[in-house]
Design a protein around this ligand. Structure first.
Ligand SMILES: Cc1ncc(COP(=O)(O)O)c(C=O)c1O
Length: 459
C-alpha cells in the first residue's frame, strides 16, 4: 500500500475533500479530521499515529475471529486466482456458495435450510421483505402485507431498511418511508417498565403490543413481525426471557410470519450460532451478514424457512430479485474459512461457557458500581452500560445522549474503542477475547468513566 507516502494531515485533507462517510456529520468531520485506522492485529486496532486501541466493537459488530487472520486472506487469494467472479443468475452456480449454503443449513435452526445471498444486512432485509410479501401473494392473500417492527429498531440504511427501522432521525430524512410498516414499543425495561413491574410481566406486556398492532390492522392484513433478538444499534436492549416465546406464540396464533434480524447476533455472539437458539424460538426468516465473514468480505445470507421456500419453489415461478454479487464466490470462500475457524477454535462454546459469563460478572461487579452507571447488561459477548447523572433517580445528563460521547472519547484516548448510542455505551467485542482481554477492557473503561465524570461534573 502506498498510503505510507502520505502524512496524516494529507490523508485527512483528501478524505475531507472527496469522501462522504456513513452516519457522519460532515461539517464536524471536516473540522476535526478523521481518525485514520491503518492496521489491526488480534483484538487491537492501530491508528496512523501508532496508538493501540482495544476494539470493543469488533469493527462494527463483525470481526468475530479478530484481525490478522491470514487463512482468510489465503482463501480469498486462492478463490480469486481460480474464479474471481461469476454470477448465480439464470441457472448458473459456483461451488463456494453451494458449499456455504450446506454449511449454513447445518448450523441454522432445522427448518431454516435455504439461503439467499446479498452483500449487506440492508440488502438481506430488502430481500426478506420482498420474499415475505411475495409469499402472501402466492398464498392468495396479497392484502396481507403490513409489517410490524419496533421503535428504535435498526434494520439497515437502504430505504426499506430505514423504513423497517424505528429511528426517528432516519425516518425524518427519508422523504417518505416504504408504506405499510408500523412500529410498536421496544422491550426496554430500564426506561419503560412500570414502577414495581417485574421483568417477566414487562416482557409479556411488550410482546402484547405486537398483538395489539395485529388486531388493530386485522390479522388478514399483517404479513410479518420483524425484530432484532437484541436491539443492537438501538442500545443493546436485551428483552426479558418472557418476551420472545410470547412473540412467537402471538405470531403463530394470527399466522403472522416471524422475521428475525440476526445481522449482529448471528454466528456466535450470544453463545449459540444464532440468537434464535439462545431464545428457543423458530422464526420464518433469519437475516445474517457481518460475522458471516468476520467482516473480511461483504456478504449477507438470508436464511429462509421451509414454509416460505416451499411456496416460492412450487408456486413462485421466476422470483424477479437478486444482486450482481449474490453468492459472490470470493466472499463465500472467505465465509467458509471463517466458519471453519469459529468451529475449530470452539468460539461459540467459549462465549457460552466461559467468556460470556466472565464478561457479565466483570461488567456487573466492576463497571456497574461506578457513579455514572445506572445498569449494565450483557448476553454472550454483547454488553450495554447505561449512563446516568444520578444513580438513585436515574436522571440523565442533558442534553440526552451528550454524556456517552464524552465517555467514549476518553475511552478511545485511553486505548478502548466502544460506542455511544443515546444514553448508552455499547460493546460487541471479537469472540477471541479472553478473561485477560476482558480485564484489560474493564480497566480502560473505568479510567474513561473517571475522566469523563470529572469533566461532566465540572460543567
Ligand atoms: C440488526 C441490523 N440489521 C441490519 C443492519 C444493516 O447491515 P448493513 O450495514 O450491512 O447493511 C445492521 C447494521 O448494523 C444491523 O445492526
Amino acid at each position: 500500500m502506498t498510503y505510507q507516502n502520505y502524512s496524516l494531515k494529507q490523508l485527512q485533507a483528501i478524505d475531507a475533500a472527496h469522501h462522504l462517510h456513513p452516519f457522519t456529520d460532515h461539517k464536524d468531520l471536516r473540522a476535526a479530521g478523521s481518525r485514520m485506522i491503518t492496521r489491526a492485529e488480534g483484538p487491537f486496532i492501530y491508528d496512523s499515529e501508532g496508538n493501540e486501541i482495544l476494539d470493543g466493537m469488533a469493527g462494527l459488530w463483525c470481526v468475530n475471529i479478530g484481525y490478522g487472520r491470514t487463512e482468510l486472506a489465503e482463501a480469498a487469494y486462492e478463490q480469486m486466482k481460480e474464479l474471481p467472479y461469476y454470477n448465480s443468475f439464470f441457472r448458473c452456480s459456483t461451488p463456494t456458495p453451494v458449499l456455504l449454503s450446506q454449511k449454513l443449513a447445518e448450523i441454522a435452526p432445522p427448518s431454516l435450510g435455504q439461503v439467499f445471498y446479498g452483500s449487506s444486512g440492508s440488502e438481506a432485509n430488502d430481500t426478506a421483505v420482498r420474499l415475505v410479501r411475495y409469499f402472501w401473494q402466492l398464498e392468495g392473500k396479497p392484502e396481507k402485507n403490513r409489517i410490524i417492527s419496533r421503535n428504535m429498531a435498526y434494520h439497515g440504511s437502504t430505504i426499506t431498511g430505514a423504513s423497517l427501522g424505528g429511528m426517528s432521525g432516519m425516518h425524518g430524512q427519508l422523504g417518505g418511508a416504504v408504506p405499510n410498516i408500523v412500529h410498536v414499543m421496544m422491550p426496554y425495561a430500564f426506561e419503560l417498565a412500570l414502577p414495581g413491574e417485574s421483568d417477566h410481566a414487562f416482557g409479556l406486556r411488550a410482546a402484547r403490543a405486537i398483538e395489539e398492532a395485529i388486531l388493530e390492522a386485522g390479522p388478514e392484513n399483517v404479513a410479518a413481525f420483524i425484530g432484532e433478538p437484541i436491539q443492537g444499534a438501538g442500545g443493546v436492549k436485551i428483552p426479558p426471557a418472557s418476551y420472545w416465546p410470547e412473540v412467537e406464540r402471538i405470531c403463530r396464533k394470527y399466522d403472522v410470519l416471524l422475521m428475525l434480524d440476526e445481522v449482529i447476533t448471528g454466528y456466535g455472539r450470544t453463545g449459540n450460532w444464532f440468537a434464535a437458539q439462545t431464545f428457543g424460538i423458530t422464526p420464518d426468516t433469519i437475516t445474517t451478514a457481518k460475522a458471516l465473514t468476520s467482516g473480511y468480505q461483504p456478504l449477507s445470507a438470508l436464511l429462509v424457512g421451509d414454509r416460505i421456500a416451499a411456496t416460492l419453489v412450487e408456486k413462485g415461478g421466476e422470483f424477479y430479485h437478486g444482486y450482481t454479487y449474490s453468492g459472490h464466490p470470493v466472499a463465500c470462500a472467505v465465509a467458509l474459512k471463517n466458519l471453519q475457524i469459529i468451529e475449530k477454535e470452539g468460539l461459540v462454546e467459549r462465549v457460552r461457557d466461559e467468556t460470556g459469563p466472565y464478561f457479565a460478572k466483570a461488567l456487573r461487579e466492576r463497571i456497574a458500581p461506578h457513579p455514572l452507571v445506572g445498569e449494565t447488561r450483557t448476553i454472550g459477548l454483547m454488553g450495554a452500560i447505561e449512563i446516568v447523572k444520578d444513580k438513585d433517580t436515574r436522571e440523565r445528563f442533558q442534553p440526552g445522549g451528550s454524556a456517552p460521547v464524552v465517555i467514549r472519547d476518553h475511552c478511545i484516548a485511553n486505548g478502548m474503542m466502544l460506542r455511544a448510542t443515546g444514553d448508552t455505551m455499547i460493546m460487541s467485542p471479537p469472540l477471541i477475547w479472553t478473561r485477560d482481554t476482558i480485564d484489560m477492557a474493564c480497566e480502560r473503561i473505568l479510567k474513561g468513566l473517571d475522566l469523563a465524570e470529572a469533566e461532566l461534573r465540572r460543567k
